[in-house]
Design a protein around this ligand. Structure first.
Ligand code: FES
Length: 69
């Protein structure tokens, strides 16, 4: 699985030290960046192996799929 996600932010987001673990989104699909909100499950369920999935600006819908080669 691979994906292109459009990001427009130009600044980092500070994550202050926490007492408990926090999960940072690595898939790019969270609606609560920089934190994981569980949307990575969408990628697992809907992105076929060997395809590059390109998402809309809301990171909710795949608008194009290409061969990932
Ligand atoms: S890793 Fe991106 S939403 Fe969980």
């Amino acid at each position: 699985m691979a994906r292109l996600v459009r990001h427009e932010a130009c600044n980092p987001i500070e994550v202050k030290p926490q007492e408990k673990s926090v999960w940072i989104c690595a898939c790019g699909l969270s609606q609560n960046l920089p934190f994981c909100d569980g949307n990575h499950k969408l990628a697992r369920q809907s992105e076929p192996e060997g395809k590059l999935c390109i998402y809309d600006k809301d990171r909710k819908t795949v608008i194009e799929m290409r061969d990932d080669s």
